[in-house]
Design a binder for this molecule. Structure first.
Ligand code: GDP
Length: 363
């Protein structure tokens, strides 16, 4: 699961990406993570890890991570090959969700590509490029699906229907993500068309140092915009976050207090992105490590085990589960077991957010 950062030039994408990814992830803990210059891993802060640690003594704590890609290069005309053009668009095709950075800070020293700060125009510029690319893709896909449908292929007929629905929305100048799907299957089908504007978007409003609550008129307009789409906005001051990321824990706390924040905005952002991707965590907790693992909402016990190792999914027998609340109440795993609160679940079990797990498997 991966989120891509997009935005016009000079809105603060690199500043934000560097701040997010400089938090010093110990890469030996994440062997599956590809680290390339524009790909980074961001820890997802989770207070439940601290809670577990209070009751289970451990050598190390490993948070969940979010993979981020910095997708630079979108400019007006990208869908026609301007800037990095199509290459840039193909990067977006590969991500699961989009973090769209919009400039809400005024600063005369930093040029805006369109001369003036206007977050809604910026959002529309980017959306237009993505919609134009989608229209092209939809038109090509419709032709193909129509040809296949003629031979009576039911799947192809359905594709034609879906593509026509997307085309109608795009023709109205709206992103595909604005289609209201009551049926989750339909949402899946639309996702399967691989369109850029069907991906979920989180707006990151890059705000000024002196408006950290994001009450200014620019942010307000982004909020209204997000509301119309059923989306979310996280206000972040990228410049401040970049400074915070450089400090050690004690200095960071001091600086946060001095500006009136309880945690870096990046923590809020990482969690919001994790939700946007439809992800949740479960924990394993032992002497060696207490660790959060990332799974899609709705994953089964064997699928969850498979995140640790593919062999564990195949050899899954059962899982013993308790909740962090159980741990707080009974104070040890032993006491949870004795109180009969340790649940034993089989292959059909749907994982709940925050389950603490022991897997039993054949290898
Ligand atoms: P990108 O082109 O979107 O990647 O933008 P950059 O991250 O390179 O930022 C462009 C310029 O804006 C740099 O000079 C940054 O220092 C500056 N910048 C980024 N975030 C902020 C911010 O929150 N406030 C102010 N005043 N300047 C910022």
């Amino acid at each position: 699961m991966e989120a891509g950062i997009v935005g016009l030039p000079n809105v603060g994408k690199s500043t934000l990406f560097n701040a997010l990814t400089s938090a010093g992830i110990a890469s030996e803990n994440y062997p599956f993570c590809t680290i390339e210059p524009n790909v980074g891993a961001v820890p997802v802060p989770d207070g439940r890890l601290d809670t577990i640690q209070k009751y289970i003594k451990t050598q190390k704590v490993v948070p969940a991570i979010l993979q981020l890609v910095d997708i630079a290069g979108i400019v007006r005309g990208a869908s026609e090959g301007e800037g990095l053009g199509n290459k840039f668009l193909s990067h977006i095709r590969n991500v699961d969700a989009i973090l769209h950075v919009v400039r809400c800070f005024e600063d005369e020293d930093i040029t805006h590509v369109d001369g003036k700060v206007d977050p809604i125009r910026d959002i529309e510029t980017i959306d237009t490029e993505l919609m134009l690319a989608d229209l092209e893709s939809v038109n090509t896909q419709i032709e193909k699906a129509r040809r296949t449908a003629r031979s009576g292929d039911k799947g192809a007929k359905r594709r034609v229907e879906l593509l026509e629905m997307c085309k109608a929305v795009l023709d109205e100048g709206k992103p595909v993500r604005t289609i209201k799907c009551d049926d989750p299957n339909q949402k899946k089908e639309i996702d399967g068309l691989q369109l850029l504007t069907s991906k979920r978007v989180l707006y990151v409003a890059n705000i000024e140092e002196d408006d950290l609550e994001g009450t200014g008129p620019h942010v307000q307009r982004v909020r209204e915009r997000a509301l119309e789409e059923g989306g979310e906005v996280v206000p972040v001051c990228a410049r401040l976050e970049a400074e915070l990321a450089e400090l050690d824990e004690a200095d960071r706390q001091e600086m946060l207090e001095s500006v009136g924040l309880t945690e870096p905005a990046l923590a809020v952002l990482a969690r919001a992105a994790y939700n946007l991707l439809g992800l949740q965590s479960y924990f394993t907790a032992g002497e060696k490590e207490v660790r959060a693992w990332t799974i899609p909402i709705g994953a089964t016990g064997p699928q969850a085990a498979g995140v640790i190792h593919t062999d564990f999914e195949r050899g899954f027998i059962r899982v013993e589960v308790y909740s962090v609340d159980d741990l707080v109440q009974y104070q040890s795993e032993k006491a949870i077991r004795e109180a009969g609160k340790l649940r034993v679940e089989g292959k059909e079990y749907t994982m709940q957010d925050g389950d603490v797990c022991h897997f039993l498997f054949n290898v």
